[in-house]
Design a protein around this ligand. Structure first.
Ligand SMILES: [Zn+2]
Length: 235
């Protein structure tokens, strides 16, 4: 092996011109740099989901324009952060999912959302019919603003999201979870899509999360009352 390496080193300059350009650049630091918002969250004692379970996929929908506002709401954040209590529960949900469906994974579309971003989101829906789907910052925001809510779905072993009947962030009746029988009867969602939602709910509830009637992808770690008593708002 050593001899082969020597031959390679001596042959390399003669095979390629100019030799100085043919040398590979050493990658000393392959880890992506942490965003400024992530470092702010670190300073507040929040937990990066990747640190509790690196197999959980994170693809923040407000870091791109592919969300219901059509705008980028996160200037730099790309990491998913939660309060440590909620992060621990999410790792337990991933563990339960993998026990039931080896190779499958949770995919996180939003987690901790600072109040400054909540305000941007509210400004988009204010005065429209969609305002029922967004927590008003003037009334203290919602559980995302405490790091205690997560928008999450499931991916199969190839990384493809399981069909759930609507896109994540679809604001409307088809995303509601309290009348799925009717949605199936009307042909709005299929029985398989409902089964996928049930699997997601099962593993999330197993880990202690609560559902939200209007959004199949949204899960709260505790009630709003408990959040206000025990936890801090993230600015
Ligand atoms: Zn949500």
């Amino acid at each position: 092996m050593y001899k082969l390496l020597l031959i390679y080193v001596f042959l390399l300059p003669s095979l390629t011109e100019p030799p100085t350009r043919s040398l590979p650049v050493l990658q000393t630091d392959t880890l992506p740099a942490k965003s400024a918002t992530a470092m702010h969250f670190d300073s507040l004692g929040l937990t990066n989901i990747a640190d509790v379970d690196s197999t959980i996929r994170v693809d923040l929908m407000y870091a791109s324009p592919h969300n219901f506002t059509g705008r980028v709401l996160y200037d730099n954040l790309k990491e998913g952060y939660l309060h440590p209590d909620a992060a621990k529960a999410l790792a337990a949900a991933q563990k339960e999912l993998r026990k039931r469906k080896p190779g499958y994974s949770l995919i996180v579309y939003d987690a901790t959302r600072p109040m400054s971003v909540q305000q941007k989101m509210w400004d988009v829906v204010k005065g429209t019919a969609k305002n029922i789907y967004v927590s008003n910052p003037a009334r203290g925001g919602g559980l995302h603003n405490y790091g205690l809510a997560v928008d999450v779905s499931l991916v199969d072993p190839t990384g493809k999201p399981l069909p759930m009947g609507t896109e994540v962030d679809h604001l409307g009746y088809a995303a509601h979870i309290n009348a799925e029988d009717a949605l199936i009867q009307k042909g709005v969602i299929t029985a398989q899509q409902r089964a996928n939602r049930v699997l997601l709910r099962t593993v999330m509830k197993h880990a202690g999360f609560r559902t939200l009637p209007t959004e199949w992808w949204h899960f709260n770690f505790c009630s709003r009352q408990v959040a206000k008593q025990k936890y801090k708002l993230i600015k």
